[in-house]
Design a binder for this molecule. Structure first.
Ligand SMILES: *[C@@H]1O[C@H](CO)[C@@H](O)[C@H](O)[C@H]1NC(C)=O
Ligand SMILES: *[C@@H]1O[C@H](CO)[C@@H](O)[C@H](O)[C@H]1NC(C)=O
Ligand SMILES: *[C@@H]1O[C@H](CO)[C@@H](O)[C@H](O)[C@H]1NC(C)=O
Length: 512
């Protein structure tokens, strides 16, 4: 088994010992079919080339053979002479944060956890009426405050909703008007909307936006976790406002032109984000779904959801006042502040899962980097471990998992398999090894008796995880990291290395 290959006591990087835990070395194919394939490909390519050449000559009286070389040259120069466009950075984004004066004193604590002052970020908090502490300077830990313009002339006819939805939906237009003609407008590529109880991971937001051409029309976000919300009240095609969404600037400008008239046509809608969706539908722009935006229409403990994040960078979290603090025995804001430390050291890998087995003890290890480690007795297959456990309740408080828009599983099937959960306590940048070292401490919970004769994971109190930061991971095809347990003699302690998987590495307890 893999762990036994590691004789070193000291945690080491995968680069130094790149033997995968389980290798299935496929025999390399012999050369003759390979060269045959190459010939076929060359033949196809050649015939295609000849075909397109004759096709152009046939249609075009100025076929390439008749055009003098001097005319062809500038065309080539144009292509190679263009400067590659600057990659999207935070300075290209302007945020519109929807807030209200009565909750701002509390909610601004969330905004402070992710907002970067001194001009690193652009944007504003939009309030209904002004608050006392709205004096803002560039070094202020919060964005500038703007007061939304009056919306009393707009119709609002939803029976259960609140007409502040109109004010909030218009933040996109008001942001465009705020920027119009200013120096900073030249830089703006994206308008990003969110609520005052949304927390962003700005580096990951940029990782997502970089995938798209900001000069085209994009509306990027995610639907709700609640199937019924998506089905009845809202839509699977809608970006939920609390999870946040991004609109490319050219699209925001077109929206600005039509939004006020558009929302008058939808006075019977409930919220601000469904009004945006209605106008996007009129413009014919669909939702580009990115699963890192989290509306979190759930109650209770996010543990199950956040411990198996989809394989995409986490962009946002919402409803932080609705769910329990994401770390136990602390308040909500402090919990987010703790999370921002791993988010700074290796944002691309925050919450990313890796799964491995401790074969000497028959345990399954699941790591959500920067957040938790789970130890479960017996070997649980990867396909199960990558499914969120139901530590939370659905949005209608029915404990009904058919109301969730994704697969989940029970926390445990037997008492013996109830996982032990270790939460991040500290993380630091270990400059001597170029790695991050994160520490996770066991959280005492109900610990049922088990007669399986498998060692109790509660014997472990503290887990150390070594991992090299991997800022470029999302420039490649998504793949889970691999982990392995490193032998240690220290009692009650476990040491784990996390790294990209070797090419043919698999997560399996037996390769038979
Ligand atoms: C807010 O402003 C009002 C009017 O200027 C003032 O009376 C009040 O004391 C201020 N409150 C706080 C908390 O500063
Ligand atoms: C932007 O400013 C120009 C010049 O003042 C004005 O003509 C135009 O209507 C403005 N556009 C928007 C969207 O506010
Ligand atoms: C971590 O340490 C490395 C090497 O010492 C350094 O290059 C990097 O900037 C540090 N990262 C952070 C977030 O401090």
């Amino acid at each position: 088994m893999g762990e036994n290959n590691h004789k070193d006591q000291k945690p080491i990087s995968y680069e130094k010992s790149n033997k995968p835990i389980f290798s299935s070395y496929a025999s390399s194919s012999s050369s003759s079919p390979c060269s045959f394939t190459a010939i076929i490909i060359i033949l196809i390519f050649l015939s295609y080339f000849l075909y397109s050449f004759s096709f152009i000559s046939f249609l075009n009286p100025y076929s390439p053979s008749r055009i003098p070389n001097s005319l062809l040259v500038p065309v080539i120069r144009l292509g190679s002479g263009q400067r590659p466009e600057e990659k999207t950075e935070l300075k290209h984004v302007v945020f519109g944060i929807a807030a209200s004066s009565d909750l701002w004193r509390h909610r601004k604590q969330y905004v402070k956890t992710w907002w970067r002052p001194n001009g690193e970020m652009k944007g504003a908090v939009w309030l209904d009426v002004s608050v006392n502490d709205s004096v803002s300077s560039p070094s202020s830990p919060l964005p500038q405050i703007k007061i939304s313009s009056d919306t009393s002339s707009f119709k609002y006819r939803h029976r259960n909703g609140h007409r502040s939805a109109i004010r909030i939906t218009r933040i996109v237009s008001e942001t465009v008007r705020m920027l119009n003609g200013t120096e900073s407008e030249k830089d703006v590529r994206w308008v990003v909307m969110c609520d005052d109880d949304t927390v962003f991971f700005p580096d990951n937001l940029i990782r997502i936006l970089r995938k798209y051409d900001h000069k085209q029309f994009y509306y990027i976000g995610a639907p709700s976790e609640s199937h019924l919300q998506n089905l009845h009240q809202f839509s699977y095609g809608m970006a939920y406002g609390g999870g946040g969404f991004a609109i490319s600037y050219p699209l925001a400008k077109v929206l600005e032109k039509m939004q006020d008239r558009c929302i008058e046509r939808y006075s019977d809608l409930y919220g601000s984000d469904d009004r945006i969706h209605a106008c996007m539908a009129e413009l014919g722009v669909p939702l580009t779904r990115e699963n890192g935006f989290h509306q979190f229409d759930v109650y209770g403990n996010l543990l199950g959801l956040l411990s198996v994040h989809p394989q995409t960078p986490i962009v946002s979290m919402h409803h932080l006042d609705v769910v329990e603090p994401i770390f136990p025995k602390t308040d909500r804001v402090s919990a987010i502040k703790r999370l921002m430390i791993p988010a700074k050291l290796d944002s691309a890998s925050l919450f990313q899962q890796s799964i491995c087995y401790d074969t000497s003890r028959q345990w399954t290890m699941s790591i959500a980097w920067g957040y938790t480690v789970h130890i479960t007795r017996t070997y649980m297959p990867a396909r199960m471990m990558e499914m969120p456990t139901r530590t939370f309740n659905d949005w209608h408080k029915r404990r009904d998992f058919t109301n969730l828009a994704f697969n989940t599983r029970p926390i445990t099937y037997t008492d013996c398999q109830r996982p032990r959960v270790f939460y991040l306590s500290r993380v630091l940048n270990d400059s001597s090894s170029d790695m991050t070292l994160s520490e996770y401490l066991r959280h005492n919970e109900w610990n049922p008796k088990c007669n399986w004769g498998i060692q109790d994971p509660s014997d472990i109190n503290r887990i150390f995880v070594y991992k090299k930061p991997n800022p470029d991971r999302w420039n490649k095809a998504p793949r889970r990291d691999c982990c392995r347990v490193v032998p240690t003699t220290k009692k009650g302690t476990m040491v784990i290395n996390v790294a990209p998987c070797a090419n043919d590495e698999i997560v399996a307890y037996s390769d038979k």
